[in-house]
Each structure stands twice: as structure tokens, then as C-alpha cells.
Design a protein around this ligand. Structure first.
Ligand code: AMP
Ligand code: ZN
Length: 477
């Protein structure tokens, strides 16, 4: 039974979907005015892990992740310049071109990190009609008010005083939300915590027509509108980085629940920020690494994925290059284990109990316990160490060998890796097989220069050859 720490009730709760066998899952996605950094990717990887765990538990998942390409402000969400527009001005492109460029880069990054794709990646700019409709519902019900500007234009604000539950997620009380760092006082607002649903500002490049006049949507409304459109008025689970809890998710709850009259999300999951040198990795601070930065330093996408996944999502992870080296070493151990296992021919003698099946159970149980990856990996590595010793002594039974294979396969599926560098015969492309045979022939004929040339050609195709007394073994590079 899967349990998750629900950051609304602040308790670990058994995860029970609203509709049997199905899960609706919304995770806040990237703002595409620059490259995503590995902190963002860690949050998105947690969504990926959760999705894999849901699927492993035979739940049918519908996952939505927004692409924010409008309406995410600089200093505060009501004023200041739109991040997309600032990036556009700096690069001499249109905001749409900037967004398109970084959206493509985002997809390239998540593919390189072997993400399972979400079902929908809605772009905010393509859902302004839905946002206008939602704002209209809030105006009709008296949860929002219009403010007319000197030039005749209109902005729309959410009236927090109409939602008694405002603050229920973050614990912030309206009375305490006095003007401060996070809340901008604007004379036109009735309460400092009121937030913009629609912003009138003729200087902006991106403008849409609403019944109350031209402008563009606030940031929070996009997630409510798109979650409701693709997942329904009440969703099972909503996730995001810890900074999203307030004000973003608090505002999402307020506007969604006021518009629909229903609970917005049944579970809330917040992922602790990735730190670098003890500080939050952030785009605005500039202290970040992108996936490209790390790949350029020679680290593999697999090691990066492993490092970002390998500590619990509610615990602080301080990013270091040394951490990446340890991740590579851990993967190496698992790859070698998978390779040894695939070559091991099980003996019927020795220990009969089945520690592999136990380890598999332990691994899944730890993940089911609020994604406790640290315990899951500890269980896995304890088993691997022990099983390696028994394989060396030829003591692993045939039964256990098959269960150990299943363990490695399931761990791979849950964590998003294919372990082992030995490639199974069925997975080797025929062109690669032909080259390997050609190389064997060259070696027989003592044409070693030709054999070496073919080895290099194979390496370029991503395959390494290990010559053994039983013939060549083909491995992934
Ligand atoms: P943004 O593109 O800034 O809207 O962020 C996209 C997602 O990444 C949000 O869910 C953020 O909470 C999350 N995020 C931002 N910075 C970090 C970080 N340093 N570590 C983990 N998640 C982050
Ligand atoms: Zn969001």
C-alpha cells in the first residue's frame, strides 16, 4: 500500500485514488524563459518516479505538466516585467521564439534523462481562453473584482477575503500576510494578499482579449485552468517544488475551489529544493548547472539521473561533483551485478531460501513508504553485496538467480535504468552483429589493424567488445 506525505494534512497518508485504478496527477512544470537547471529536473524526476511507482502498482496514470510561457513575473507576480519578455528583449527574439527554444531544450533534457513522458504538456499561452472562462466564473461568484486603470484598461484580482480557507495549505493567516517581502502592496488591491488573475499593461508584448479588456493572465490561474481542463475539478495529486507551496499552490486552491465549489487536490506533494554550496539552486541567482553543463564535463546522463533520484525528496540534497562520482560508482556496481548475473549458471546446491525475492519486496515496500529511496537503495545494495559473494562461491541457486534477475528488472523499471552493460542477443542490431563477425574473421586472419578499425567503428555506434575464451561479449559503451 502506497503512503505519501501529504503536505496539506502534514501526515503520511495511504494513497487512495478517487477513482479505482486511476490516478490524475498534476505537477508544476518549467517556466521556459531559460534552460531548466538540475534543481528543476530533480523536482520533475520526482514526478517521474511517482509516475513509475503508480504504474508499477497497476494504476492508470493521467499526468499533466504545464509549460509556463506567459505570466510568471520577476520580483512579484503582479508587477514587474514578465520573465519571458525580459528574455525576449535580451535575445532580440519574440517571446514565442524564446519559449519555443527552451521548451525544445526541456524535452531534449528529459528524454536524455530517460523520463517517462507525461500525458499532456499544455502550454499556458494556448489555454488563455480556459483561464478567461475561469476568471469569469470567479467574477460571477463575487470572488474576484475588477480594477479600472487610468487608460480605461482593467485588471482582475482574486479577493482573498471571500475564501475563508485561504492559507490552509501553507499555514499563512490572512492577518499575518501584511505587506512584506512576498506580497506587494498596490493601492488598487483591497487586501495585500489579493493576487492578479488578469493584468492590464499595454507595454507587454503578449496580449489577449477578455470580456473585461485586453491583458494577460496571472501565473497561478494557468495551473488551475489547465488542471481542471485535463484532469477534472478534483484531482488526485498535485506536486511541485517546495517554493510552489506559497503563494502559487495556495492561490491555485483558492481560485479553483471558489470557482468549482469542490476540493481541488486530494493530496499535495512538495519536493525539497536542490542546494548547491548550501544555497538554493536558482535561475535568478545564477548558481545553477544545466544538464548540458554537466554532460560537457563528461558526466553521464545516467549518473545525473541517479544522483538526483538517490536521496529522499523531503531531505536536502546538496549537489556536488563528488556526488556524481559516487552515483557513477553505484551504477557501476549495479551494472556489474547484472552482467555477472546474466553469465551465472545457477547451481541447485546451497542456500534454498530466497533473499532476492525478499530484497525485491523490501525495495518496493520502501518506495511505497513515501518514496523512501534511501531505504530502498540500502536494501538493494545489501542484497547485491551478499549475492555477489555467493555467486563467487557458486552458491546462488537457479531459483534465486531468476528472482535476482526480476529484482534488477523491477528496480530498473522503477528508477528508470537498464542495468548491465552486456547486451542480450535479441537487442543487438544486425548491423552490429555483422561488424562483430567481420572483426572475428579479421582476428582469425591476423589482420589486427582491420580488427582494431572495426572495434573503433563499433565504439562509435555505442558498443564495446570484450574478448573472452567463449568468444566476444558485446557491451554498451
Ligand atoms: P520554475 O521554472 O522556476 O517555475 O520551476 C519549475 C519547478 O522547479 C517548480 O516546481 C519549482 O518549485 C522547482 N524548482 C525550482 N528551483 C528548484 C531547486 N533548486 N530544486 C528543486 N526544485 C526546484
Ligand atoms: Zn503551477
Amino acid at each position: 500500500m502506497l503512503k505519501l506525505f501529504d503536505s496539506y494534512t502534514k501526515k503520511k497518508r495511504a494513497f487512495r485514488p478517487l477513482h479505482k485504478g486511476k490516478v490524475t496527477f498534476y505537477g508544476c512544470g518549467p517556466t521556459v524563459y531559460s534552460s531548466v537547471h538540475i534543481g528543476n529536473l530533480r523536482t520533475f524526476l520526482l514526478y517521474d518516479l511517482l509516475r513509475r511507482l503508480f504504474e508499477f502498482s497497476k494504476l492508470e496514470v493521467t499526468q499533466v505538466m504545464n509549460i509556463t510561457d506567459v505570466g510568471h513575473m520577476m520580483a512579484d507576480e503582479d508587477e514587474g516585467e514578465d520573465k519571458m519578455e525580459v528574455a525576449a528583449k535580451e535575445s532580440g527574439q519574440t517571446p514565442q521564439e524564446v519559449a519555443e527554444f527552451f521548451t525544445r531544450q526541456f524535452f531534449r533534457d528529459i528524454d536524455r534523462l530517460n523520463f517517462r513522458r507525461a500525458d499532456v504538456y499544455p502550454r499556458a499561452s494556448e489555454h488563455v481562453t480556459e483561464m478567461i472562462r475561469l476568471i469569469g466564473r470567479l467574477l460571477d461568484k463575487g470572488h474576484a473584482y475588477k480594477v479600472r486603470h487610468g487608460d480605461g484598461g482593467t485588471s482582475v484580482y482574486f479577493d482573498v477575503s471571500t475564501f475563508l480557507d485561504y492559507g490552509k495549505l501553507s499555514g499563512n493567516k490572512l492577518d499575518d500576510l501584511s505587506p512584506g517581502a512576498r506580497i506587494e502592496v498596490r493601492d488598487e488591491k483591497r487586501h495585500p494578499a489579493d493576487f492578479a488573475l488578469w493584468i492590464h499593461n499595454p507595454k507587454h508584448l503578449m496580449q489577449w482579449e477578455a470580456p473585461w479588456g485586453s491583458g494577460y493572465p496571472g501565473w497561478h490561474i494557468e495551473c488551475s485552468a489547465m488542471a481542471i481542463k485535463y484532469l477534472g475539478e478534483t484531482i488526485d495529486i498535485h506536486a511541485g517544488g517546495e517554493d510552489n507551496r506559497f503563494p502559487h499552490h495556495e492561490c491555485e486552491i483558492a481560485q479553483s475551489e471558489c470557482a468549482t465549489g469542490h476540493e481541488f487536490s486530494h493530496y499535495w506533494l512538495h519536493i525539497t529544493h536542490l542546494l548547491v554550496d548550501g544555497e538554493k539552486m536558482s535561475k535568478s541567482k545564477g548558481n545553477f548547472f544545466t544538464l548540458d553543463d554537466l554532460l560537457a564535463k563528461g558526466y553521464s546522463a545516467r549518473s545525473i539521473r541517479y544522483l538526483l533520484l538517490s536521496s529522499h525528496y523531503r531531505q536536502t540534497l546538496n549537489f556536488t561533483m563528488r556526488g556524481l562520482d559516487s552515483a557513477a560508482a553505484a551504477l557501476d556496481r549495479l551494472d556489474s551485478f547484472a552482467d555477472t548475473l546474466s553469465r551465472y549458471s545457477g547451481q541447485e546446491k546451497g542456500i534454498r531460501s530466497n533473499p532476492a525475492a525478499m530484497a525485491r519486496k523490501g525495495f518496493v515496500a520502501a518506495l511505497n513508504d513515501d518514496l523512501n529511496i534511501s531505504n530502498a537503495l540500502a536494501t538493494l545494495f545489501d542484497y547485491v553485496r551478499e549475492a555477489n559473494e555467493r555467486m563467487a562461491k557458486n552458491e546462488l541457486t537457479a531459483n534465486e538467480r531468476s528472482d535476482a534477475g526480476q529484482l534488477i528488472k523491477d528496480v530498473g523499471q522503477l528508477l528508470g535504468f537498464t542495468f548491465g552493460r552486456t547486451v542480450g542477443d535479441e537487442d543487438i542490431p544486425s548491423s552490429v552483429k555483422a561488424l562483430v563477425e567481420k572483426r572475428e574473421q579479421a582476428r582469425l586472419e591476423k589482420a589486427f589493424a582491420e580488427a582494431d578499425r572495426i572495434r573503433l567503428e563499433l565504439l562509435e555506434k555505442g558498443y564495446e567488445i570484450e574478448d573472452t575464451s567463449d568468444g566476444p561479449i558485446i557491451k554498451r559503451k
